[in-house]
Write a protein that binds this ligand. Structure first.
Ligand SMILES: Cc1cc2nc3c(=O)[nH]c(=O)nc-3n(C[C@H](O)[C@H](O)[C@H](O)COP(=O)(O)OP(=O)(O)OC[C@H]3O[C@@H](n4cnc5c(N)ncnc54)[C@H](O)[C@@H]3O)c2cc1C
Length: 590
């Protein structure tokens, strides 16, 4: 497989669209400039292509191995992880107070895409640590922060999130891992967690589990859940490692993809834990990590889509088969490269238009996350918080679905050679498939979007986003040269506004219909959002000339012509859910 990080496109989005000066204007990011961003992205890209990509196949073939009660990562992962830490990648956006580099979250998102492209399994070992670090940095006590965070930033201790139990997946209110107060102020935890990513491995000296559990006297449901830090090895007062804690790995899962990532069953048998945040407020605290992870999982899908595109394009240029229609480059040859087949061209252009648009959505979300975290202007923070909250389910669902659909389309470009192992396309298909499932299935994202985000603050979140784009379109003269993007994006926005009103009404009168329509509505929303981001981008580069800008305009046009029309059908489907309930009794038939 080949992979070259799309640094040029990333820099374009940062510099020509968002504006690096806007990032550098945020307190703490004064040191961020164009050269720094480009250098960091170039170096990350090289690391991913040279160190991680060659291990992607190894990870798939050897997988993580469970032996004698412990998990071994695939061959080569330990050495690569050591280099990853030496180069300072675990602490990129971490606070300098803990040894981090204090760079923007937005840069982390872009590097996340590269990691997702080159080696999703490897990425997962670092990704959960990143999420756990940010949760602990904002929710844990001063003592925990001082004692644990520097080692997480250095990469020598890793993190996990332990939510899922055999009978409690989506519905965390059902979980029943128990926590009891001990006299010394610590807690003891007992229970079993399943599907825990990086729950055990040999890459780090210690593993810090962030565990949701229920105190003996806690109320039932989600209001009775607390969050605990449970280290695999206990940490002494002076920060050195002490005794092994009562956390044991029972097994690892054998799964469809991401085989290099260890997915563990963990038993907590009166393990010592430390409360993070307040008792019974654990789910709220955990959401800080989950929201970050949801965006990161969407970006995994984007990463897979990008590498699938790059490889399918290269293969299509090489593979000769059939004669191409129209004037042929060399009529003496029996067959032409399949890149000359119009259907292959359509497929590749469609993937590219979606990938570049999806990247813009991730970049916008990343920038807003930085504004939310850093700005001192309360209005800007409120706006950014709204944007991040609304975009989280969209980024998670749309980008992860894009990873799966692009991997499939790219595999199709290879014909039978995509189905066999040799070219790595079937691995991409298998690896991408988890992203719409974990970290809250995409259907659960749709419920979050419809039931929570649409109505939060009396609809302020959607109104704010719609207003941003209304102003963009209002500022555009009619019939101007940007109309090829502006007109379809404006039309899609009007359709979305209309349908959003319909959804809010249904939610009030007939929740079942609104929920049956939620997944289609979510996709329609995401496609419209990407179209509007494309419109913003095309407007931002108006008048710019050169091959790069011309290509961008054409790709934006492809998105409008070949991808956005799906929203027309989705709108019909959404409204037709009114009639779905008539058919539901059919499910009772034998
Ligand atoms: C490889 C892998 C790694 C994972 N890593 C972790 C980890 O590190 N930590 C962790 O805690 N968990 C982890 N998980 C668990 C993962 O997050 C859950 O599998 C996921 O949240 C879904 O839960 P479930 O599998 O129990 O499915 P269920 O909750 O049983 O859902 C089954 C189906 O019902 C649908 N459904 C359920 N409720 C609703 C609803 N309200 N509205 C609409 N549809 C609904 C779902 O969308 C799904 O289609 C991992 C899972 C896998 C496979």
């Amino acid at each position: 497989m080949i992979y070259e990080a799309p640094v040029k496109d990333m820099m374009f989005l940062l510099d020509d669209w968002i504006g690096i000066d806007q990032i550098a204007a945020l307190p703490g990011y004064e040191h961020v400039d164009r050269d720094t961003c480009e250098f960091v992205l170039e170096e990350a890209g090289k690391f991913c292509s040279r160190e991680l990509l060659p291990l992607n196949r190894t990870g798939d073939e050897h997988g993580a191995v469970f032996k004698d009660g412990a998990v071994m990562s695939p061959p080569g992962f330990r050495e690569a992880y050591a280099k990853f830490c030496e180069n300072g990648w675990p602490g990129l956006d971490a606070d300098p107070e803990h040894g981090g580099q204090g760079l923007p979250r937005l840069l982390q998102f872009l590097i996340d895409e590269m990691l997702g492209s080159s080696n999703m399994s490897f990425k997962l070992y670092a990704e959960l640590t990143h999420g756990a670090y940010h949760l602990m940095a904002s929710e844990a006590s001063e003592d925990i922060r001082t004692r644990y965070l520097p080692n997480m930033v250095a990469g020598s201790w890793s993190g996990t999130m332990c939510l899922t139990e055999p009978h409690s997946g989506t519905d965390l209110g059902l979980l029943n891992t128990k926590a009891s107060r001990s006299e010394d102020g610590t807690y003891t935890l007992t229970g079993t967690k399943i599907f825990i990513t990086s729950g055990d491995h040999d890459l780090t000296e210690n593993i810090l589990h962030l565990v949701l559990a229920r105190l003996d006297d806690a109320p039932a449901g989600v209001r009775g859940i607390s969050l605990f830090l449970v280290p695999r090895t206990l940490v002494n007062d002076d920060g050195s490692l002490g005794e092994r804690n009562a956390v044991n790995t029972a097994s690892i899962e054998h799964k469809m993809g991401i085989k290099g990532s260890a997915t563990c069953v963990l038993n907590f048998d009166q393990a010592t834990g430390y409360l993070v945040g307040a008792e019974n407020r654990g789910l709220m605290a955990m959401f800080r990590m989950m929201n970050l992870e949801r965006i990161a999982v969407g970006i995994q899908g984007l990463g897979v889509a990008e590498i699938a595109y790059q490889n399918a394009l290269a293969y299509a240029r090489e593979r000769t088969q059939s004669k191409a229609p129209g004037p042929r480059p060399d009529p003496s040859k029996a067959a032409d490269p399949i890149i000359l087949q119009p259907d292959i061209q359509r497929k590749l252009l469609k993937i590219r238009a979606q990938v570049e648009g999806a990247r813009a959505m991730a970049v916008f979300a990343g920038f807003q996350a930085d504004v939310q975290a850093r700005s001192v202007d309360p209005d800007a923070v409120e706006a950014a918080t709204d944007f991040v909250a609304l975009l989280t389910p969209l980024v998670k669902s749309y980008l992860s679905d894009l990873g799966v659909s692009s991997a499939l389309e790219a595999q199709q470009v290879y014909g039978g050679h995509g189905y066999i192992r040799e070219h790595g396309m079937e691995q991409l298909v298998r690896d991408a498939r988890i992203t719409p499932i974990y970290e809250g299935t995409n259907e659960v994202q749709a419920v979050d979007l419809v039931k929570r985000k649409l109505t939060l603050h009396e609809g302020r979140l959607v109104q704010r986003l719609f207003q941003r784009w209304k102003e963009l379109f209002d500022a555009q003269a009619t019939e101007d040269e940007l109309d090829f993007v502006m007109a379809p994006a404006r039309e899609a926005l009007l359709r979305l506004r209309d349908l959003t009103g319909w959804m809010v009404e249904r939610l009030a009168d007939d929740e079942a219909t609104a929920l049956a329509a939620a997944t289609d509505y979510q996709r329609l929303f995401a496609l419209t959002a990407v179209a509007c981001f494309w419109a913003e981008i095309v407007a931002a580069m108006a008048g710019r000339e050169g091959a790069f800008f011309e290509a961008k305009r054409r790709i934006a046009g492809i998105f409008m012509q070949q991808v956005l029309p799906e929203t027309v059908a989705l709108a019909v489907q959404v409204r037709n859910t009114d009639k779905l309930s008539n058919a539901v009794p059919l499910l009772d038939e034998a």
